[in-house]
Write a new protein. Structure first.
Length: 414
């Protein structure tokens, strides 16, 4: 029963998190699009600062924006805030559910840092809170007067935090906490800056006072930060399904490259929607950043290891008899993997085969050979935090097995 509840609880939390994140990202992108596409109007009394005509769903929409606010407020205002709040809240509980409840499997890697579950959770939660405090202080410093300088320092800060997480958590845990930190910064912008500033404007209007335009400018700056962070955050949140993305010892550089790629892609669309031309240079820059990230993620190739300054890989033992799983591979899978990936797992705390992947028969080992090679041969994603102590020599056997299988496939095709 416990395993069923853990599995379904995690899935339902993830489901709600994705739904609310879609709502938040959708509204955020929509309003950035509106801001960029607004047509300026003559600055006369009571006039809006810009307008936009749109067509959707068989109807026409006339949107007007007031930089500060109209002289008289309507009876009802729609506040776009709960999309952000619920996205962060569900994401935080999902972080607890997956990474703190099962910290010994997903978060604590003894090869990185030997810490207790309580200490790991404390570091994770404290880093999110303190991370927001540092970012908010940067935005309130003199740096805020120069958007480029603030962005550069913020970029370096995120890379530093990604490096810090790598010194404490497993590779997978480090990536997810970097994404969680960025998401905390984004929701913090909404909850602590954008919405409070809008409330100050509304309060001034209700008192018959002229609102201070600085509140709108500050809110717009934070909203722009959120806009440029969105794509990298999404990448980091889905990275746990793709171990090559976070397995490199230089994964914090991968974070920086993803930040660059996501930012220039958003810049392209922001400028396009603002009718300031198509900045096509953004796409090759994003492609180059992603290609470098892919190159860095290749620690098991001679070129990748030379680039990273790593030593030679251990030689694989002789494993003949492909494409069927050889005796050496079967022994590795049985002793390191199948105690969890079985019809009835025997590892404590594991009640169903993770992701439905069973490796308790030769046929199933053969069926999942690609995943075995990628997760346990090319990367150290499996076993999680190497809890079954798979050796580098054993990983080399798996790589050799995978290479031989692919080689035979190519030969058969030719």
């Amino acid at each position: 029963m416990e395993g069923i509840l853990l599995e379904w609880g995690g899935m339902l939390l993830r489901w709600v998190h994705i739904i609310t994140a879609i709502a938040w990202i959708g509204s955020s992108f929509y309003f950035m699009h509106i801001d960029a596409a607004l047509k300026p109007l003559p600055r006369v009394k009571n006039a809006a600062d810009g307008e936009l005509w749109e067509v959707h769903g068989g109807g026409f929409y006339h949107v007007q924006k007031y930089l500060v606010a109209p002289e008289q407020l309507p009876k009802e205002l729609i506040w776009h805030k709960w999309e952000s709040y619920t996205s962060w809240i569900t994401g935080f509980f999902l972080l607890i559910w997956v990474y703190y409840v099962s910290a010994e499997v997903y978060l604590i890697d003894p090869a990185v840092r030997q810490i207790s579950v309580g200490v790991a959770a404390l570091i994770g939660i404290a880093s999110l809170l303190l991370g927001w405090v540092v970012y908010d202080a940067l935005c309130k410093s003199p740096l805020a007067k120069n958007d480029v300088a603030l962005a550069a320092v913020g970029f370096a800060y995120i890379i530093f935090m990604a490096w810090f997480f790598q010194q404490v958590f497993s590779a997978r845990g480090a990536f997810i906490h970097t994404g969680a930190l960025m998401a905390t910064m984004m929701t913090g912008n909404v909850a602590m800056v954008i919405i409070p500033n809008q409330r100050k404007v509304v309060a001034a209007l209700l008192k018959g006072e002229a609102p201070d335009p600085k509140y709108g400018k500050i809110g717009k700056q934070r909203s722009t930060h959120n806009n440029y962070l969105t794509l990298p955050v999404i990448f980091l949140m889905i990275s746990n399904h793709y171990p090559l993305s976070y397995s490199s010892p230089y994964a914090y550089i991968v974070v920086g490259l993803i930040l660059v790629a996501g930012a220039v892609i958003r810049h392209f669309y922001n400028e396009r929607h603002a009718h300031r031309g198509n900045h096509w240079w953004a796409w090759p820059v994003a492609a180059i950043a992603l290609l470098i990230a892919i190159y860095i993620s290749m620690p098991q190739t001679s070129a990748g290891r030379k680039f990273l300054g790593l030593g030679d890989l251990p030689a694989a033992t002789d494993v003949a008899g492909f494409p069927k799983a050889p005796e050496a591979v079967a022994e590795i899978v049985t002793s390191r993997c199948s105690m969890c990936h079985a019809h009835e797992p025997v590892w404590q705390g594991i009640h169903t085969a993770p992701k439905g992947v069973r490796l308790d028969t030769p046929e199933l080992v053969q069926r999942w050979r690609h995943e075995i090679v990628v997760h346990a041969g090319l990367t150290r994603a499996m076993p999680p935090n190497n809890i079954t102590e798979m050796s580098e020599e054993e990983r080399a056997v798996l790589r050799s097995w995978g290479g031989s299988v692919e080689g035979q496939k190519r030969a058969e095709l030719n």
